[in-house]
Design a protein around this ligand. Structure first.
Ligand SMILES: *[C@@H]1O[C@H](CO)[C@@H](O)[C@H](O)[C@H]1NC(C)=O
Ligand SMILES: *[C@@H]1O[C@H](CO)[C@@H](O)[C@H](O)[C@H]1NC(C)=O
Ligand SMILES: *[C@@H]1O[C@H](CO)[C@@H](O)[C@H](O)[C@H]1NC(C)=O
Length: 731
């Protein structure tokens, strides 16, 4: 027997065809109507947010949270993916709500929407297109060069490690409702029978450094810190939805403490050191965008229904932060007006004749606004720079690495053209890009990771290359992006150092406080260019993360502070992000890594080698299980020779192990480079890359390791990269 009934929902008539003995099926027209309504609502919210952003920037009132939001703005393919996901999420919610209203008994509404109907919704919202298997057979040169998005790196699972796919999970998500609401969404709900502390309370109690006394790292330079950010921006970017107000009730996330998707504001505790007593304020926080078809749809695409977050970058070490992770962006970054394989450079300014990054052509110009509202006398309005990753302006140290690598690409392309006069622009671009990929695989594994995870984890997981394994999924895990690889936030100095030729504080361009070095491309254009900043990175020590001095207030109290607006707190953001992404707590991850699971204060004190810290943590959390994993990780004492504790060493080593073994185009994999080319790549020297592309004449030969200037090496004594194996024999 079959019958049809209709119900009204938000001005929308849903007609259901129900089989008495089978599941409900929605009529095609009901689905179409729901999708149209969802699209209208989402489009309106996007449009409102776009106009509001432009307006705020124009009024010079962009707040730090606007800055963060603009920074996490999805663009290009990512924007399409996020929009499709928003359509689908909202359409399913509309249908669910009307079904729920109709159903008397409380059964899961998602169970009422059949897999077939979900498929129809996915088709109509554009979500299915995001899952389509790309035609690898017709893509040229798959064995020689990487695709920009890294689709087809794995020939069986063609989307593994490609951009705009969900982060993978190594442990199941722990949402408050089991599906999509963050932990702590309802602050009165307990987790392991305890209330979760406010993240800002934890930040205040555990992480705070209010003065400018910072312990310097005895071994490592500030380049180690910024290189962490640099490699992170090759591997992970979690987009937000661009909307700034709730879909369901129109509340502006910036203006309310109400938790309503996508707003998940950070509540400020009473007696906050910055905000004083009885503060009612919240810091705005936007949830990460859900991946298509995750979080409220039941079972679809053969996967579970929990909300997943997206990675808009490729999982591989492929220097995507220079070249982009989607095709449109990659083309935009190339200089196609000549056939030389070059990347586009700035046509208005140079740095003493050396190349600078091009300016963005975007109409919302955060960097110019920032220059306009600062009280710095040198500030001039220039647009933001544009690079492969959207965050290249975040601080001038990072911008310097982007600029340095742009120059190195162009240097390589020109040198390859001399060696192989017959090569065209496409070949030159691809070969130079491939060498750059090789460089960073070598530098990361040979030089960088050793200083982070220490020799024991290197020996266990990251030493000799085991060969390519097509069964290893290289995708970045949620815990790596959201917790473990944020370890370097505790190694950030409160200054961006600028040094002169003698590696002394620069007389003309002194070192700015960090918060005065966020989004300031003008400092690179008008304040002495790259050289003083790079000298500051290799000639100054990193901040040492110690258990009683964790995160400097430049990041905790002045993040993206340009004016008097409410500045953000990076520690609070990290913990709130972990809850947004439903990461399990500290002990579950210790268990995942085969480490002990301290159950009480005595045991925790032993793991942390610190009674006082263990007590403070338990005063806040009640149980070690509930400690936010990012905080638990950064609170651990370092492993031997490393700069993270055993938990993060395990998570970081595990991720890099997968990135290497699951990369068909890994530099050591047979057939990717010739043997002679591999010999050249083994000699890759970051010091030499600095020498080749700047006016710097003396550098530490191991730029991650701190030494005094008397031990620096003259550039002419550092061997040049041997390009001769790239000369093609022409018959
Ligand atoms: C409802 O969904 C939840 C989460 O997916 C599941 O654990 C539960 O068993 C479902 N309940 C029913 C009645 O199907
Ligand atoms: C492109 O390359 C040509 C030739 O080297 C150069 O003159 C021009 O300035 C470049 N344009 C950009 C935007 O990089
Ligand atoms: C910026 O450049 C991109 C790529 O060429 C183009 O698609 C876009 O329309 C441009 N935007 C503006 C505001 O000019």
């Amino acid at each position: 027997m079959k019958w049809v009934f209709c119900l009204m929902a938000a001005g929308l008539c849903l007609c259901l065809q129900s089989h008495v003995d089978a599941e409900t099926r929605l009529s095609r027209s009901a689905i179409e109507k729901a999708v149209i309504e969802a699209k209208d609502t989402v489009d309106l919210a996007y449009e409102y947010s776009r106009r509001e952003s432009i307006e705020r920037v124009r009024r010079n009132s962009a707040s730090p949270s606007d800055v963060l939001r603009l920074l996490k703005q999805p663009l290009g393919q990512t924007r399409l993916a996020v929009r499709s996901a928003d359509y689908m999420h909202f359409a399913v919610n509309l249908i669910k709500r009307s079904l729920e209203r109709h159903q008397k008994r409380s059964i899961n509404a998602t169970d009422l929407i059949s897999e077939e109907d979900l498929q129809v919704i996915a088709d109509l919202t554009g979500c299915s297109a995001r899952r389509r298997v790309p035609p690898c057979k017709t893509t040229p040169n798959l064995d020689k060069f990487r695709t920009i998005s890294s689709v087809c790196n794995n020939r069986k699972n063609t989307r593994w490690g490609s951009s705009n796919t969900p982060f993978t999970r190594w442990l199941p998500a722990e949402y408050q409702d089991g599906i999509s609401l963050p932990k702590g969404w309802d602050p009165r709900r307990t987790v392991n029978r305890r209330l979760l502390p406010l993240v800002r309370e934890v930040s205040n109690q555990i992480l705070r450094i209010a003065d400018y006394r910072v312990e310097n790292d005895p071994l490592y330079t500030h380049l180690v810190t910024i290189f962490g950010q640099w490699t992170d921006h090759d591997l992970t970017f979690t987009p937000h939805s661009p909307v700034i107000r709730s879909f369901s009730n129109g509340i502006d996330c910036d203006k309310s403490c109400e938790r309503t998707d996508p707003c998940f504001p950070i509540k400020i505790p009473r007696q906050d050191p910055r905000f004083g007593r009885n503060s009612e304020e919240c810091m705005p926080f936007y949830r990460s965008a859900p991946a298509c078809g995750s979080g409220n749809t039941g079972h679809i695409f053969g996967a579970s229904n929990v909300r997943e977050q997206m990675n808009s970058l490729t999982a591989f070490i492929d220097v995507g932060q220079v070249y982009g992770a989607d095709d449109t962006k990659a083309i935009f970054l190339r200089n196609l007006s000549s056939d030389e394989g070059l990347l586009r450079v700035n046509t208005k300014f140079t740095d003493n004749g050396r190349e600078l990054l091009p300016f963005t052509n975007m109409s919302v110009n955060m960097c110019a606004t920032r220059a306009r509202i600062t009280n710095d006398v040198n500030a001039q309005e220039v647009p933001c720079f544009v690079a492969g990753d959207e965050r290249s302006n975040e601080n001038i140290g990072l911008t310097s690495l982007h600029t340095l690598m742009l120059r190195e690409h162009n240097r390589l392309a020109r040198a390859l053209a001399k060696l192989n006069p017959l090569w065209g622009g496409e070949r030159l671009y691809q070969e130079a890009r491939k060498i750059m990929g090789g460089y960073f695989q070598v530098l990361t594994f040979r030089d960088y990771l050793l200083h982070i995870v220490g020799p024991d984890f290197i020996a266990k997981q990251l030493s000799t290359y085991p060969g390519y394994d097509e069964n290893v999924d290289p995708s970045i895990s949620n815990v790596f992006a959201t917790a473990a690889y944020r370890f370097a936030h505790l190694m950030v100095q409160p200054f961006m150092f600028r040094l002169d030729e003698k590696y002394q504080e620069h007389h003309d361009f002194p070192s700015p406080l960090l918060h005065k070095a966020f989004f300031t491309p003008w400092r690179i254009v008008f304040e002495g260019g790259l050289d003083p900043i790079l000298r500051g990175l290799v000639g100054h020590r990193a901040k040492l993360n110690t258990q009683d001095r964790m995160m400097h207030d430049e990041l905790r109290e002045r993040l993206f502070k340009f004016s008097s607006e409410l500045a953000l707190d990076l520690a609070s953001l990290n913990m709130q992000r972990g809850r947004d992404h439903a990461l399990p707590g500290y002990l579950k991850w210790r268990e995942f890594c085969g480490l002990s699971q301290p159950k009480n204060q005595r045991q925790l004190a032993k793991v942390l080698e610190n009674d006082k810290l263990a007590k403070s943590l338990l005063d806040l959390y009640g149980k070690p299980d509930n400690i936010d994993v990012w905080l638990g990780g950064v609170a651990e004492p370092f492993v031997r020779g490393g700069r993270v504790g055993p938990l993060f060493a395990c998570l970081i080593a595990t991720q890099f192990q997968k990135i290497r073994q699951g990369d068909r185009l890994w530099w050591e994999n047979e057939g990717v480079f010739t043997e002679a080319q591999r010999e050249s790549l083994k000699q890759t020297s970051l010091a030499r890359i600095i020498c080749d592309n700047t006016g710097i004449t003396e550098v530490p030969e191991q730029p991650f390791q701190y030494t005094t200037m008397s031990k620096f090496t003259k550039c002419r004594n550092i061997p040049a990269f041997n390009l001769s194996p790239w000369k093609e024999n022409v018959k």
